[in-house]
Design a binder for this molecule. Structure first.
Ligand code: P53
Length: 480
């Protein structure tokens, strides 16, 4: 298999999000977030988003893997693998429990002081997402989330407090996790997690309009944060974060090819605005034609231009295949309607298509489009693991998946000249799945004894993939 040494300083590590591992959901002054009102689901059953916390329901994020009290031992294990970087998010509700509070919560700020100090103790660079699917629930209820312009101020206040407090302990930042997920605006889960919008009674048109308006406010909030951040510390590297899935036509027909292009335009505009500071023509025309995003000011357009990002962070899980049999190119609105099954690819137990070469394609597309450094901040395979009688876990399927993806990544760097900052696969330690709320959909090199029903003593152990990834990092990617 192809392999190559990565450049010096390449950031090998892993990525998590606060709400998926910390637990301690109401400890030390933390407020309720959107993640705290999502029940457990499964591969076939969506998570329920409840109106507040309802007695008797199973909310897996409330306790998760209790990283809040185990982070020292967990970071130590990551250091043992040789991690150079660790991506996590700052739970907004630890800092501003209601989102619209005037003053931050000191106990929350202190937790991240200690976490980042622990990382630095082992020479691990923290990489921090500001908003990762954990908007304060009070902002959802009181303001309808990001459909309200006031949210810009609340987010910027939160970002500013974090930038000032962690000025010397965090260099790499991202503003909104997978901001482009909401292009599938009919999905309640994606609108709630991206923008804090509860859709219940909206028509499809209203949902789409809400998405374009909310995303606009998020992009303005992101640009303002980038500006503030660079003032606080000019050495900050502040990126955007998208869920990048290269698009391809199911057949070579012009209708399929045009649909694939339209799909790409309608999905990549979020990062276009982040990187170029202006809306692309196709999306501007689409928005105007439909009368969406009624509130955009001249001042907003200036802010977008002034707050462009330093790098493009992205998750890569799968490619997307589209068919004009599903939707004609000129009728494309909700992107999920265009998606077709790719007959050439295998799938995970959760139906996610597995396509390692797609990662090389992604790295090339993004480089050609943006001419910016790239950062792979998520990639990985969610799988069921089996614990043997002696406690060992032989996750060769995980190693196989990651090895193939890393090999393609190394081709992109070595052969295609892509400027890549690092590789942070998702969930180096087992955690709560965002999409399903399950514990048994596992990504980790480190196993955590807890299952979907919430049973287990939370003990940590090394899977076979632990030693494999350690070797990969030690050889800077040469020995896969
Ligand atoms: P889970 C949807 C589509 C692609 C990535 O996902 C997604 C989602 C939301 O589920 O989420 C990202 O846990 C996200 C992480 C998440 C990870 O991918 O559903 O940034 O929070 O855990 C994996 O298997």
């Amino acid at each position: 298999m192809y392999s190559a040494k990565m450049p010096d300083g390449f950031l090998w590590g892993g990525a998590v999000a606060a709400h998926q591992l910390e637990g301690a959901w109401n400890v030390d002054g933390k407020g309720m977030s959107i993640a705290d009102v999502m029940t457990v689901g499964s591969a076939t059953k969506p998570r329920e988003i409840t109106d507040g916390v309802i007695e008797g329901k199973n909310y897996p994020n409330h306790s998760a893997i209790d990283f809040y009290h185990h982070y020292k031992e967990d970071i130590k294990l990551m250091a043992e693998m040789g991690f150079k970087a660790f991506r996590t998010s700052i739970a907004w509700t630890r800092i501003f429990p209601n989102g619209d509070d005037k003053e931050p919560n000191e106990a929350g700020l202190k937790f991240y002081d200690d976490l980042f100090a622990t990382c630095h103790h082992y020479g691990i660079e923290p990489v921090v997402t500001l908003s990762h699917f954990e908007i304060p629930f009070n902002l959802v209820k009181k303001y309808n989330g990001f459909t309200n312009r006031k949210l810009i101020d609340f987010f910027v206040r939160f970002a500013t407090v974090c930038f000032k407090r962690y000025k010397d302990s965090v260099k790499y930042w991202m503003t909104f996790n997978e901001i482009d997920n909401q292009s599938a605006y009919n999905e309640d889960f994606l609108m709630a997690t991206n923008s804090g919008i509860i859709l219940n009674n909206l028509s499809e048109k209203e949902k789409e309009a809400a998405m374009y308006q909310a995303a606009h406010y998020e992009l303005v909030a992101s640009a303002l944060a980038v500006k503030v951040g660079h003032k606080i510390n000019p050495d900050f590297e502040i990126g955007c974060m998208i869920n990048y899935s290269p698009v391809r036509p199911l057949t070579s027909s012009s209708a399929d090819v045009l649909l694939a292009d339209k799909f790409e335009q309608r999905r990549s505009w979020f990062s276009d605005v982040h990187v170029f500071g202006e809306y692309p023509k196709e999306v501007e025309a689409y928005i105007n034609r439909n009368g969406y995003r009624s509130d955009i000011t001249d001042e907003d357009r200036i802010v977008l231009k002034e707050g462009t990002v330093d790098y493009v962070g992205f998750s890569y899980y799968q490619t997307t295949t589209v068919s004009a049999k599903n939707v004609e190119p000129d009728k494309l609105n909700d992107l999920s309607k265009a998606v077709a099954k790719n007959p050439t690819l295998e799938r995970s137990d959760w139906g996610w298509e597995i396509d390692p070469e797609g990662l090389r394609i992604a790295l090339n597309h993004l480089t050609d489009r943006y001419h910016k450094p790239l950062f792979i901040v998520e990639n990985g395979l969610g799988a069921y693991d089996k614990v043997e009688a002696d406690g060992s876990i032989h996750d060769d399927y995980r190693v196989d998946y990651l090895r193939k993806h890393i090999s393609e990544m190394e081709k992109a760097v070595e052969i295609d000249g892509v400027d890549l900052m690092g590789y942070l696969p998702w969930g180096p330690i087992d955690l709560v799945s965002a999409g399903t709320g399950q514990m048994d959909k596992r990504y980790g090199f480190i196993y955590v004894a807890k299952n979907d029903a919430g049973e287990g003593d939370l003990s940590r152990s090394r899977k076979d993939s632990f030693d494999w990834y350690k070797k990969v990092i030690k050889t800077n990617g040469l020995d896969l």
